[in-house]
Write a protein that binds this ligand. Sequence first.
Ligand SMILES: [Fe+2]
Ligand SMILES: [Fe+2]
Length: 133
Amino acid sequence: MLLQVKDVQQVSNAMMNMLHEKEIGIINDFHDAAIARDIDKIDELFKVVQFDIEDHFTTEEEMMQESKFYAMQMHKSEHDTMRGKVKDLLEEWDKNKEPLKIQRFLEDEFKHWMVLHVSRWDSETAMHLGDTM
Ligand SMILES: [Fe+2]
Ligand SMILES: [Fe+2]
């Protein structure tokens, strides 16, 4: 298991916590498939992962926009960096179908990014949003 729900900080907005919990589940399945070197499963889950990450980021960005969060651009630019990394990973995957690259990305980059991003940006955004959305 790459990430446990308790590894990621709870924030003061229920929608965001729900998005994070869902993403942890999907990412763990993706990580399992990478460890199992299951190319078909990785192909299938990559689409789910991309859709889920986009849903997670877009939902937060829409909430920030509606509530006019002062640091929206900085928060969004962290999302954009990760969007770019996932896109690069998918391009690399489509070329070489190398499960180890996926495993390394999840263990060496995504896991730490998720933990830090939530504690730095999502927690502050959630405090601004409150639980009204
Ligand atoms: Fe988030
Ligand atoms: Fe975020």
